[in-house]
Structures are given as C-alpha cells and as structure tokens.
Design a protein around this ligand. Structure first.
Ligand code: CDP
Length: 252
C-alpha cells in the first residue's frame, strides 16, 4: 500500500468512498460466538467481505514442555490464510506476513487474558482467514477475543479492533482492500473498551500529527462499535440463543 497512484476514485465530491460508505462508517460487521464443537471456544466474524473463524484450546499442558513458564500461562496465536482467501492463490505455508500478524495479535490479546491464573499452561488461538478483503488482522483479533471469552478464559476486558486510515488526504474509518492498496495510510488498532487501553497500533503510511490524532479518535469509535457486536454475539449464545434462559455457562 501507499506510494502507488490511485487509479480509482477513492473519495468522490460528495465525500462517498469507493464502496459507498461515508468517511466515518465501518463495513457491515457480523459476529457469531461458538460454532465449532471440537474447540474449547470459537467465533466467526464477517467484516465486510472478510470471513474469519477463530478456535481456542486451553488452558492445557504445554508441548514442548520447555516452553512452559512456572509463573504464568502462555498464549500462542496462529493466524493463517487459506489458499483461496485472496485473489491470487496463497501458498499454504506460513508467510512472513502471517508470522508477523500472529505475533501482533498475540501481543494485542496478552494484556486482556489473565494468564497468570494458569501457570505452566498454554492457551492456543487458531485463526483461519477464509476470505480476505483488507483489515484481516483487526477482524481476526476481534474474533479471537470472542473465542477466548467463549472458551471461558478469564479476561480483564475484550479486545475490539478496527483500522483507521487516510485516502485522498482525508481520514477514514475501516480501510478496505482497495483503500489499503491505493490509499495513503492504514492504521490498525486494537482497544480494550472498559480499561480504555490500546493494545494494538500499527501504521503503514504517513500521517501528520493532527491526522494521527484524528485516526486514533475515529479508530476508537470503530472499536466501540465492534465491542457492542462482540457483546451481542456472546449474549446471543449464552442468554438468548439455543441455550435459552439459564443457558449461561453452557458450551455450544
Ligand atoms: O489484512 P490486513 O489489512 O490486516 O493486512 P495487510 O497485510 O495490510 O493486507 C491487506 C490485504 O491485502 C488483505 O486483507 C488481503 O485482502 C490482501 N492480501 C492479498 O491479496 N494477498 C496476500 N497474500 C496477502 C494479503
């Protein structure tokens, strides 16, 4: 992204973006808690055309054993893209990009997960991107957070994520793939809404200090919208869903 000349109109004279959104509008987001019966916890998210599933196992014994920590539990995250998830077939072997995204998602979740309660154990988070359309790390992080809650892992807060960015010298919320490729900046953010703490902030592109402030402000607003949908997904499963009244605490 960045650097490349825009070949399409990213923002028209009425302030409408290439996919019909206003500058401060996210794509349609749908989150479902649970769904995978063999994982301890799971979640599915659609964030625009992104389709991502997250499965959680743990806390469980660490293998290999030397990785375990006697003082705390550890978190492992694997972000993986299916070969059919992008326009050009993706090699199924882990790429540098997937290793980097796995690391940033892990670091964005760690402040929220109460790993100190489970010394010598591991919580594994597996993320599969089924379809990608820009902003997969944010969508994946949001789904992983719901999957951890669904697994009953004690957490200080949820982590909700959304990107802000810049196209046509204008700050926008939730950057799609075209905007990422042809725009000027992409700034993915992860946020703990109750603790009011940012756990992920990356920036690809260039922003002025004023634009940066505006991106943080609008990005947090996007995260808050995602947070509402994360809570809704969990409440649909545990209070209103198939488990019905008193279904609290039941799995799947
Ligand atoms: O997905 P995210 O924005 O977090 O990460 P990125 O590295 O900025 O990738 C932006 C987008 O490029 C992805 O969401 C995919 O839609 C696309 N992509 C692709 O088409 N082929 C790849 N091998 C990797 C990414």
């Amino acid at each position: 992204m960045g650097g490349r000349e825009a070949t399409m109109v990213l923002l028209d004279e009425n302030g409408i973006r290439c996919d019909g959104r206003k500058v401060d509008e996210t794509r349609r987001v749908m989150i479902k808690a649970g769904g995978l019966k063999n994982a301890d916890g799971s979640a599915y998210i659609e964030f625009g055309d992104n389709k991502i599933v997250a499965g959680v196992f743990g806390p469980r014994d660490v293998h290999p054993k030397h990785m375990s920590d006697t003082d705390t539990g550890i978190l492992r995250v694997r972000y993986h893209m299916e070969p059919f998830s992008v326009g050009e077939r993706k090699n199924p072997a882990p790429s540098r990009r997937e290793i980097e995204i796995s690391k940033v998602i892990k670091e964005a979740l760690e402040p929220a997960v109460m790993l100190e309660m489970f010394p010598r154990t591991v919580v594994d988070v597996f993320i599969e991107v089924l379809q990608a359309d820009g902003g997969t790390r944010c969508a994946a992080l949001s789904a992983a957070s719901v999957a951890l809650a669904d697994a009953g892992i004690p957490m200080r807060d949820m982590v909700a994520a959304c990107a802000a960015g810049k196209v046509a010298d204008t700050v926008i919320l939730d950057v799609n793939n075209e905007e990422d490729q042809a725009g000027q900046a992409d700034m993915p953010m992860g946020y703990m809404p109750t603790l009011e703490k940012i756990t992920l902030l990356q920036l690809d592109g260039i922003l002025t200090p004023e634009e940066y402030e505006k991106c943080v402000e609008i990005g947090i607003k996007g995260c808050m919208q995602v947070y509402e949908l994360q809570k809704k997904a969990l409440s649909e499963k545990y209070f209103d869903g198939e488990n019905g009244k008193g279904g609290r605490g039941q799995k799947r």
